[in-house]
Design a protein around this ligand. Structure first.
Ligand code: ASP
Length: 323
């Protein structure tokens, strides 16, 4: 009999709607606990509540605690399913993907509608995740996000809609699998899976989105906060307004890494343009280019990478390793 552990961390999947006020909020007991017990007599499912937090309150320190929990219990289980609020689910999924070393399935899911709302996806997503976690094909694929009949990699998935149940998408490459009434089908594999176990997560990394008319002031304000690193969601293929160049140079001269992603939700940043503030110039002054990560995920990666090295060239290699 397969043995699974469900780890709850909070979010809508752990909440109930107040039928009088319409407010959705946390409950003392997990609303799906009883349902889970009825699910499948062929499975041995244990449950553990790690946190009961709405996901805007989840921090990288919570993510590390969760990772440590998974590492400590995984030898006793065939797979783990984590429930999480959807707002920051993709960051926790990617954090775990980067730091965990297990080949066993680790699935993260959530819900857009709490358990007692009409059309709730809470129990459905949980059941789908349990099904994926017990599939041998889910081995060695890293941390997977299961929502709305789809299986996504932690690296590519993102929340695209504030309220639609089809919110989780992988805009660049699509899901790697689907879940039907009687099967779990993987139609793509992963090419590489770097892992960077860390013991602490203490660095200060800021995330900034570029905009037309942006100048040095906002970057200067971040510099004054003495960051360990900064991620900038640049324009298009990886360009910035030229007014930001001198302060960015100062970051790099002082060995503070500057990581560039695009504010576009598809595509990869490249050193294409040679004009002032263009990607070619940014690359030449030492900005680290990423390969399709979103800003929040590049920030998670930089936080983890900085626990291993502060050397800009070593950091660059860590950002270039993923296919
Ligand atoms: N605001 C909620 C959270 O992330 C949304 C959700 O779980 O769907 O905790």
């Amino acid at each position: 009999m397969k043995k699974l552990l469900l780890i709850h961390t909070g979010g809508t999947i752990s909440m109930l709607e107040n039928k009088e006020t319409g407010e959705v909020n946390s409950t003392d007991e997990h609303p799906l606990s009883n349902e889970v017990k009825l699910i499948d007599t062929e499975l041995n499912i244990d449950e553990h509540i790690e946190f009961s937090l709405p996901s805007p309150q989840i921090t990288p320190k919570h993510m590390l605690k969760l990772a440590n929990k998974v590492e400590s219990v995984i030898p006793d289980y065939d797979g783990i399913v984590i429930t999480h609020g959807t707002d920051t689910l993709e960051e926790t999924a990617y954090f775990l993907d980067l730091v965990l070393t297990t080949e066993k399935p680790v699935i993260i899911t959530g819900a857009m509608r709490s358990s007692n709302e009409i059309g709730s996806d809470a129990l459905y997503n949980l059941l789908s995740s349990i099904r994926v976690a017990t599939t041998s094909d889910a081995f060695s694929k890293g941390v997977l996000v299961v929502m709305n009949d789809e299986i996504h990699t932690a690296k590519n998935v993102t929340k695209t809609s504030t309220s639609n149940v089809a919110t989780f998408q992988s805009p660049q490459y699509g899901p790697i699998g689907i879940i039907t009434k009687d099967s779990v089908i993987f139609h793509h594999d992963i090419l590489s899976r770097p892992s960077h176990p860390v013991r602490s997560i203490n660095k200060h990394v800021f995330l900034l989105k570029a905009y037309a008319g942006m100048d040095e002031q906002i970057v200067e304000a971040i510099y004054q906060l003495k960051p360990d690193g900064i991620v900038i969601e640049g324009l298009g293929q990886g360009n910035l307004p030229k007014e930001t160049l001198s302060i960015i140079k100062r970051f790099i001269n002082e060995q503070i890494p500057v990581v560039l992603v695009s504010r576009c939700y598809q595509g990869i940043v490249q050193p294409t343009y040679g004009y002032d503030g263009g990607g070619k110039q940014l690359k030449e002054i030492g900005v680290i280019f990423t390969n399709g990560l979103t800003g929040p995920k590049a920030r998670i990666k930089l936080l983890i990478a900085l626990e291993k090295t502060k050397n800009i060239e070593s950091l660059r290699k860590i950002f270039e390793e993923e296919k």
